[in-house]
Design a protein around this ligand. Structure first.
Ligand code: MF3
Ligand code: CO
Length: 249
C-alpha cells in the first residue's frame, strides 16, 4: 500500500533531508587517502546528535551503524571499519536521518585521491542516471519510467544496473511501498502521484550486475570484483514535479 504524504509531512522530511545533505557536504571535505570509514561513522553520529537528529539505520533490522560504507567492489551495506582508504578507492556513504520523527535517506559515492578514468566515468554516469530518473518522476508517469530512464542510459554507457537492491517509499519507516527498481520498461508499474515520497538510488557496476553476499549477512559486492557506485536521493512528488528532499545546495 502506497501512503501519500501531506504537505506538512513532506516539509518535516525536507528538514531531515537538509541535515542529511549538510552532513554529506562535510563528508566530501573529509575524504582523503588515509581516512577510515570508522572516522566518518563517528563524525556522522556526532554531526546528527549536535543537530538533535538521530541515525535511523542504527538498530534497523539489527544493523549496528549510523552509516553504510561500501568500498570499491562493495555495492551496498558495507560496515564502517578501521582500515584506511587508499588513493584510487571509491566509497559510498549511505545514511537515513530521523529528525522529529521524519526520515530522509541519501547515499553518495566519493573518490579517494586520484581515480582511474574509468572510475571517474562510473561516478559521472551513476550520478547522471539518478538525475535523469528524477526528471521523469512527475505525476502521471509510471514507476517503470524511472527504471527505464536509468537502465537505458547506464547500459548505453557500457555499465550495468544492480537488480538485487531497489529504491523504496519512505515514511514512518525506512522501507515502504512503492518499490522502485532501477531497471524496467516505460509506461509500466504504478502511476506516480502527488504526495508520494520515495528514494531513487541506482547502484551501477563497471562489469556484471550480479551481486554476491558477504557471510556477515549484509554486505553485497559485485560478482566480478569490479567497482560499483551509488547516488541516492529522497524525493517528494509535488503537483508540478519532483522535489529533492536531500539536495546538496
Ligand atoms: N539507506 C538504505 C537504503 O537506501 C537502507 C539501509 S538499511 C540498513 O535503502 F539497515 F543498512 F541500514
Ligand atoms: Co540509503
Amino acid at each position: 500500500m502506497i501512503v501519500l504524504k501531506s504537505d506538512r509531512e513532506i516539509k518535516a522530511m525536507h528538514e531531515s533531508g537538509k541535515i542529511l545533505a549538510a552532513c554529506h557536504k562535510e563528508i566530501a571535505k573529509m575524504i582523503v587517502p588515509g581516512i577510515t570509514t570508522w572516522e566518518i561513522e563517528e563524525f556522522v553520529d556526532r554531526f546528527l546528535k549536535e543537530r538533535g537528529a538521530k541515525p535511523e539505520q542504527k538498530g534497523y533490522k539489527g544493523y549496528e551503524y549510523a552509516t553504510c560504507a561500501s568500498i570499491n567492489e562493495e555495492i551496498c551495506h558495507g560496515f564502517p571499519r578501521k582500515s584506511p582508504l587508499k588513493d584510487g578507492d571509491i566509497v559510498t556513504i549511505d545514511m537515513v536521518v530521523n529528525y522529529n520523527g521524519a526520515l530522509a535517506d541519501s547515499a553518495w559515492s566519493y573518490k579517494v585521491g586520484n581515480v582511474s578514468k574509468e572510475t571517474e566515468r562510473l561516478l559521472e554516469v551513476t550520478k547522471e542516471s539518478l538525475y535523469r530518473a528524477i526528471e521523469v518522476s512527475v505525476p502521471g508517469n509510471r514507476i517503470g519510467d524511472i527504471g527505464h530512464a536509468i537502465q537505458s542510459y547506464v547500459e548505453a554507457e557500457g555499465f550495468s544496473v544492480v537488480r538485487d537492491f531497489i529504491g523504496h517509499g519512505i515514511g514512518n519507516v525506512i522501507h515502504e511501498d512503492p518499490q522502485v527498481p532501477h531497471y524496467g520498461l516505460p509506461h509500466k508499474g504504478a502511476r506516480i502521484k502527488e504526495g508520494m515520497v520515495f528514494t531513487i538510488e541506482p547502484m551501477v557496476n563497471v562489469g556484471t550486475y550480479k551481486a554476491t553476499r558477504d557471510p556477515n549477512g549484509w554486505t553485497a559486492s559485485t560478482a566480478d570484483g569490479k567497482y560499483s557506485a551509488q547516488y541516492e536521493h529522497t524525493i517528494a512528488i509535488a503537483k508540478d514535479g519532483p522535489l529533492i528532499l536531500t539536495e546538496q545546495k
